[in-house]
Write a protein that binds this ligand. Structure first.
Ligand SMILES: C[S@@+](CC[C@H](N)C(=O)[O-])C[C@H]1O[C@@H](n2cnc3c(N)ncnc32)[C@H](O)[C@@H]1O
Length: 318
């Protein structure tokens, strides 16, 4: 599945691999190791999704002592995860919200500062595999792409109402698509465009046929750019990073899993500046990648990058 989370690591086009299976948590063992989950600790999963990482954390938490706050922007994902985690109801609290406001969400939970927080970015397999959400170019659906259905902007609004030049810039910057100008021109000619498959056809038409030789659907980067724009994903990530340390207790850990370089870059930079300022230490000298076995059983993992940092402890002069 290449149309959802990333485009950096192409996989062969094969619609039969579109996810109809439940979401499998990526880098699960590694995330748990870096979070160093304690049975009496307080944890925040800022991107609850299907609740896969959260379930593994809850497994370690002791009843009556450990607590987990699970957050997601998407009310459908939140409802599914809440149902899945209901067996642990005395240890878990779920909240709909945008992790850009992580400090306010954490404060509203009434929980003490967290011993660990996870942000597993991007889309879940459920979101990508649900044609009605419009995230996938290979499933016919409306051009929506909103993680939170209350947000104002849809992909359809961007595709049909953005001036050509601005659209080309958006596709270039957020999709790193070198054919962005041709694509924007074709889109403007074909307006109005209402469905995912219509847009995928227009983009395919715009791209020179030689470009199809590489192992990536021609619409991958354009869909990626639109999804990032609709959900303001990079802006939200910046805001999350500016607030994340304030949610953690001294010695608390932040673990991030990202799926493309536009997400990984600000994380790496934030970690480096925290280190320079003496606010946190970096636990992952080199980025952590999934092993071959994981990529074989879960192709979505193939471009995942895990990074972890630890907030400076009280003993270090706080
Ligand atoms: C990759 S999935 C998480 C999967 C989860 N770790 C699991 O194991 O099931 C990412 C989730 O983050 C949510 N999300 C993305 N951006 C968000 C944001 N700014 N605030 C809150 N949730 C967000 C998406 O709706 C999606 O459900």
């Amino acid at each position: 599945m290449t149309d959802g989370n990333d485009f950096t690591k192409p996989e062969p086009r094969n619609p039969s691999r579109e996810p109809r299976v439940p979401h499998q948590p990526v880098l699960l063992r590694e995330a748990l190791e870096f979070l160093s989950v304690r049975p009496d600790g307080v944890y925040v999963d800022a991107t609850l999704g299907a609740g896969g990482h959260a379930a593994a954390i809850l497994d370690v938490l002791e009843r009556g002592r450990g607590r987990l706050l699970g957050i997601d922007r998407d009310p459908t994902a939140l409802a599914q995860a809440s149902a899945r985690l209901s067996g642990w109801h005395e240890k878990v609290m779920t909240m709909q919200g945008n992790f850009a406001e992580i400090d306010a969400l954490h404060a509203a939970s009434g929980l003490p500062p967290a011993d660990g927080m996870l942000a597993d970015l991007g889309l879940s397999s459920m979101q990508l595999g649900d044609a009605s959400r419009g995230f996938s170019f290979s499933l016919p659906g409306p051009l929506d792409m909103r993680m939170d259905p209350q947000s104002e902007t849809t992909a359809e609004a961007i595709v049909n109402h953005t001036p050509e030049r601005e659209l080309a810039d958006l596709i270039y910057q957020l999709g790193e698509e070198r054919h962005s100008r041709r694509i924007a021109r074709e889109i403007v000619k074909a307006r109005p465009i209402r469905s995912t498959t219509e847009l995928a056809q227009v983009v395919t038409r715009a791209i020179p046929s030689r470009a199809g030789l590489y192992n990536l659907h021609p619409a991958t980067r354009t869909f990626m750019a639109l999804r990032l724009a609709v959900n303001r994903e990079l802006e939200n990530l910046e805001s999350f990073l500016s607030k994340a340390l304030s949610v953690l207790a001294p010695g608390g850990r932040l673990v991030t899993i990202s799926f493309h370089s536009l997400e990984d870059r600000p994380i790496k930079q934030a970690f480096q500046s925290w280190k320079r300022e003496g606010r946190a230490s970096i636990l992952t000298k080199h980025v952590v990648r999934p092993n071959e076995d994981e990529v074989r059983t879960n192709p979505r993992a193939r471009s995942a990058k895990l990074r972890a940092a630890e907030k400076r402890g009280l003993g270090a002069g706080d």
